[in-house]
Design a protein around this ligand. Sequence first.
Ligand code: SME
Length: 160
Amino acid sequence: MTYDFRIAAADATTMYRDLASALEGLVAGESDAIANMANAAALIWETLPDLNWAGFYRNVGGELVVGPFQGRPACVRIPFGSGVCGTAAATLQVQRIDDVNAFPGHIACDSASASEIVVPIVRDGKLLAVLDIDSPKTGRFSDEDEAGCVRLAEILAKVL
Ligand code: SME
């Protein structure tokens, strides 16, 4: 079987709608969390322009541990409350940061990162993981990106 999920949409809303459908298709009927995160990271990486990292940190006993991703090797463990990912984990709130260098405590795994969005993946009030997407462009992530990424996190919350 071959997967061709190359998505070329005219606008961000359509692109995220297509991305969400592709993700639903990829994870349908699969209960292995690592497999689903791996395919999700690859799909996001292949679809969204101007990224230098896309992937997951999992909640392992109250600490974030790097999961499947695309991009350069990254910090392995991040305590809740530390950096952008740790803030998303501690608050369960989306963190959309236009300039990571202005974020107190930002953890620079790759000095190319300029902006970042981190979306908590929550089921039954419990944090499963965070979706972390980084860009070398300042202010890369818009309201539409945030809404689209929140939708992806909702799909993943059912299959992690
Ligand atoms: N920048 C993140 C660390 C993770 S990497 O970017 C992959 C942070 O401050 O949470």
